[in-house]
Design a protein around this ligand. Structure first.
Ligand code: NDP
Length: 265
């Protein structure tokens, strides 16, 4: 792996208490950056904070309860990062979850909730952290998005539609912020083993069925060319690349981390 020293820089990861966000926080801490993570569930956040502090005893870590859909929470999180670290260099919009529903079973309320989550989980945090990003030497924003943005699935109709919209939003942001040297990119993931999938495994697996068997069967059913789910650290590595100056001439772009699921050229 290419080594990069981020000592003195600050990375913020929304939803860093689990899955992809947690793995991304690990990579930033390993590279020497100070890191701030947030999440809604205080216990999950405390567990993540304890695990990261144990793994990186000299790391600078701020873990704060914050719902990215709550404007006051988001402002308080930005303020806390400013007070503790005085800057933000890399900002990762990761917090969120998907919604499984077809057009027939998606109510107006569900459509609104999904659009609210997908758009405002990016809009409000980005707005709150922009003033600090403007002061950084190599500022960047990276959004966790899904391949559904380009390859919609009927069983995730609202998520797919919203994902396409936020890919467009990231592109517009990249263009608007380029004169301020702020790069904006996305990753498009397929299926990544993480908290959401662990919870589905607990609900849906047959008695005695292992995690490996359950995910392997799903990967086969879903025709994932690489034959398995992605791992959080594989999504995190793409996020890390796009967040750091390793990708200094890349903006308005995305990396596909879907195990080959994309059918387009
Ligand atoms: P996890 O459930 O493992 O992690 C999600 C993280 O986001 C948790 O830390 C969670 O903490 C936090 N979070 C969720 N909603 C909010 C909120 N409103 N405010 C603050 N924090 C929040 O899932 P993943 O790691 O898989 O998910 C990361 C991102 O990747 C999500 O945006 C997800 O939609 C996206 N994604 C994941 C896919 C996959 O296959 N894993 C596929 C496509 C996209 P808490 O619940 O305590 O708030």
């Amino acid at each position: 792996m290419i080594e990069i020293d981020l000592t003195g820089q600050v990375a913020v990861v929304t939803g860093g208490s689990s899955g992809i966000g947690f793995a991304t926080a690990q990579l930033f801490l390993r590279a020497g950056a100070s890191v701030a993570i947030c999440g809604r569930d205080g216990e999950r956040l405390a567990r993540a904070q304890a695990a990261l502090s144990e793994q990186f005893p000299n790391g600078e870590l701020l873990a704060m309860r914050c719902d990215v859909l709550d404007a006051a929470d988001v402002d308080a999180f930005a303020q806390a990062v400013g007070t503790r670290f005085h800057r933000t260099d890399m900002f990762v919009n990761n917090a969120g979850q998907g919604r499984v529903s077809t057009f027939a079973d998606t109510t107006d309320e569900a459509w609104r909730e999904e659009f609210d989550l997908k758009y405002f989980s990016i809009i409000r945090p980005t707005r709150a952290f922009l003033p600090m990003l403007r002061g950084a030497a190599h500022p960047s924003i990276v959004c966790v998005n899904s391949l559904l943005a380009l390859q919609p699935e009927p069983h995730m109709v609202a998520t797919s539609s919203a994902r396409a919209g936020v890919l467009s939003l990231a592109k517009s942001l990249a263009t608007e912020l380029a004169p301020q040297r702020i790069r904006v990119n996305s990753i498009l993931i397929g299926i990544v083993e993480s908290g959401q999938w662990r919870r589905r495994f607990e609900r849906e697996a047959q008695p005695g069925q292992s995690w490996e068997d359950w995910t392997g069967e799903l990967a086969r059913k879903k025709n994932i060319p690489l034959g398995r789910f992605g791992r959080p650290e594989e999504a995190a590595q793409a996020l890390f690349y796009l967040a750091t100056p390793l990708s200094s001439y890349t903006t308005g772009s995305h990396i596909d981390v879907s195990g080959g699921v994309a059918r387009h050229v």
